[in-house]
Ligand binder design. Sequence first.
Ligand code: CS2
Length: 448
Amino acid sequence: MPRIVHLGFGNFHRAHQAWYTAAANALGGPAWTITGVSMRRSDLRDALASDGFAYTLGIRGTEGIEVQRIAVHDSVLVVPENPQAVIDAIADPETQIVSLTVTEKGYHLHPATGEPDLKGAALAADLVNPLPSTAIGILARGLAQRAATNAPITVLSCDNVSGNGRKLRRAVEGFAAAAGLDIGAYITAHVRFPDSMVDRITPATTDAARAEIAALTGRSEPQPVLTEAFSEWIVEDDFAGPRPDWGAVGVEIVPDVAPFEARKLRLLNAAHSCLAYAGQLVGHRYVHEAIRDPHLRRVVEGLWDEAVSTLPASVAATIPAYRAALLDRFEVEAMRHELAQIAQDGSLKLPLRLVPVLEQRAARNEASPNVTQAVAAWLAFIRREVEAGRDLADPASTDLTAIVQEATDTPALCRAGVTFLDMKVPGPAWLAELVRAVDAFSRPSVTP
Ligand code: CS2
């Protein structure tokens, strides 16, 4: 049976790649299975094991929730329990595709250069450990074991990272070279790393979602998933071997994903990050509340105007409908999408979602007041969290906490933030604008 090994067995994967694969299987033809891999925790595996890893997917449309049973996983491996089992699964000749949803931080890339951070603690540890804990280490060692057979394989990144396939390839190759794994020739000849753009808003499962889905299925389940009706998956046509018939179930297989990636990161994800920080600062908890706040909505619309001016001409005609659909998607109250969930890992998200727009426009001498507001909201948010003694949910929390603690005033905070993000933006006037926006966001209950 053809097999996919998926690193990052979580809600998004269960609502997206697993849903498409189950739909493709339902058309007949070879039935693909997915071996899920949890990178850290065993709880999801434990909760699903007695049901053979099947679960209910609730799809929230305008008419309510439609439930579907997804039964496509053959097993779930947990990396810390048995990393070698994951390496063996990648090397298994039945495996044709390794896909990933490990979030931005799972790539261990330097935010500004996009190169793998081999000196960082996680990759440095995996370089000397034949039983790795990171996705990069596991992929490199899995491919090294597979190289003995020369069997082709596709490594398919499904994370919100621009150029995700190319960056992942560089990370795996860089890691392998530093670890002394001789797989360069095998990768060149037999491994493909297509880019892909994924989109489906999928919040963490809440008790309310659990109860709503149980009322529809008549059985209570520990780990159903609730997602939105909208779904998109655009994949570069660059596979080393077979794939499920994804093209027949709505996946777009295209020569170049970059324009779609930029559109999604700079419109959907940028707005999400803006709402996450600015929204929480003024007391909102959910996306639907923040987007209905007239002031924040104006900032988001302005941010979109600025972002659109940096997008490739090939997607220009799609923008009005895309923006309108985003507003509708954000407004769905029943999704109860928590701003705090989106606010995590900002140090890695801003450089992909906001900074490129600022930099491209700055290079053309164009101001970006709304994107500036979004960056300011992030700075004001991290300052508020640190001053309240709360931990930042960010892999750079130590550095960010130090930045906040060492900054004697807002200008110092802004200078340190700009240096941290390595932003190439024009000088003093822009910095003064950023300072004003951070100060405005920092006044309780006042929106700038
Ligand atoms: C969100 C994304 O948490 C976040 O950072 O912006 O998870 C977003 O919901 C998805 O990319 C939608 O496809």
